[in-house]
Design a protein around this ligand. Structure first.
Ligand code: PMT
Length: 398
């Protein structure tokens, strides 16, 4: 695919080098179009070397090729990362002061802005209005990540991590303009991800192989579709999904507390986390030592079933609760039994074991409905599986 990577003048321009690498390694032909001021942060030689393409900043360069029209017309996707407050103001005003803004005017393909700026600039009424204008024209404007900014301050305004931006690009290329429709706007969505850890002693824990990738993909895609997303993440070492608020937990008990605390304001709850059914009955305050004899057995206590507790606590009218089931053997029969037992509205069954589902980039699943529906989701990247789950959710939200 032909991608234009626009780079505005922000310190986060260095992260766009990594995004460029991910895009070219995936086989895309990328033309980097920095603003003239962006070259103060990362020079043209770097962009040219990494993309293998010429780097222009002004419509007055290589005029015989009419780059200000051709680049936009020929692109399958434009992503501006970082998109500064100034760049978005100029794009919203329809200006064409440089090659990047001219390209934005001529592009008829999906356009993504990945903003990065200080929190005050992101929250300023002028920027909010410009973001709203760009969104109303069908552009996908990501929410920035929260965290450390250029100086000692921190808050919303960080450019999402390159891997995160790459996932967004891949999703938009796969879904086309459907990926840009904010059909979950106005909805509040709560997602859990990752695997809980249950302490045995100060050194060891009982855990599982969940990487968090499926739950993070659910959070990322819901945010891209306009939802207000809270992600409760258990022990996942992944970049924060663009636009989601992240609450970090370790154990099943902490996950339960966080989910119940957030559930009251959620229109949709999705439990993609792999929760330990059991925990050690006691946590040894000191490291358990070898005694020379047979090791002492570990006594287990059962954890509460969080999905069941969420169903029992449901007070918000129309709230949808979606569980997952990690199954082996007759996965559909097991999944159906779990759906009934937990009392949720939808249950996504995925087969695990033998390298499936846990830690993988792809997944394959069946969505079972309490209404008896059954939808097969063929093997696809976890973002695509997530979009298919949101399609089912959106249809039920009405
Ligand atoms: O994170 P990845 O590496 O991407 O892997 C994704 C995944 C395989 C973890 C994910 O797709 C998945 O299947 N998540 C659910 C795993 C699981 O715990 O399944 P389960 O069949 O044991 O539990 C059924 C449901 O009950 C789940 O929604 C689970 O979150 C929930 N549960 C389980 C135990 C418990 N005590 N309380 C719960 O609420």
């Amino acid at each position: 695919m032909r991608i234009v990577l626009g780079v505005a003048a922000g310190i986060a321009a260095y992260k766009a080098c990594e995004l460029l690498r991910l895009l070219t390694e995936a086989g895309h032909r990328v033309r980097v179009v920095p603003t003239p001021a962006a070259l103060d942060f990362v020079g043209a030689a770097t962009w040219a070397a990494l993309s293998g393409q010429p780097v222009l900043t002004s419509p007055q360069e290589s005029v015989h090729e009419v780059p200000h029209v051709r680049l936009g017309q020929e692109a399958d996707l434009v992503i501006v990362a970082p998109a500064t407050a100034d760049l978005m103001a100029r794009a919203a005003a329809g200006r064409s002061d440089d090659l990047l803004t001219a390209t934005l005017l001529t592009a008829r393909c999906p356009v993504i802005f990945a903003p990065a700026m200080h929190t005050e600039m992101w929250e300023h009424a002028a920027t909010r209005a410009n973001v709203a204008t760009l969104r109303s024209r069908g552009c996908l404007v990501l929410d920035p990540a929260s965290g450390r900014l250029t100086g000692p301050d921190s808050g919303p305004g960080r450019l999402p991590e390159p891997a995160e931006l790459f996932s967004v690009v891949r999703r938009v290329l796969a879904r086309g303009t459907a990926a840009m429709v904010p059909d979950l706007a106005g909805r509040t969505i709560l997602v859990s991800a990752g695997g809980t850890r249950e302490d045995l002693d100060p050194v060891r824990y009982l855990g599982n192989w969940s990487s968090g990738k499926q739950g993070y993909a659910l959070a990322r895609t819901a945010a891209s579709r306009g939802a207000t997303v809270t992600l409760v993440a258990a022990n996942a070492e992944l970049p924060d999904p663009a636009g989601a608020r992240v609450i970090r937990v370790t154990s099943a008990s902490q996950l339960r507390d966080a989910m119940l605390a957030e559930a009251g304001s959620a229109d949709v709850i999705v439990m993609a986390a792999a929760v330990a059914d059991f925990r050690p009955a006691t946590r040894s305050p000191a490291k358990i030592k070898k005694s020379g004899g047979a090791p002492a057995p570990i006594e287990l206590a059962e954890n509460p079933d969080i999905v069941r507790d969420l169903v029992a606590a449901r007070s918000r009218p129309g709230q949808l609760i979606v569980a997952f089931a990690a199954e082996t053997g007759d996965v559909l029969a097991n999944g159906r039994a779990k759906l009934t037992g937990k009392g949720c509205d939808l249950l996504v069954v995925n087969q695990v074991g033998n390298g499936l589902a846990f830690g993988t980039e792809d997944n394959e699943a069946t969505v079972l409905g309490a209404d008896g529906s059954q939808i097969k989701l063929p093997r696809a990247p976890k973002d695509e599986i997530s979009d298919a789950i949101w399609d089912e959710v959106a249809a039920r939200l009405g």
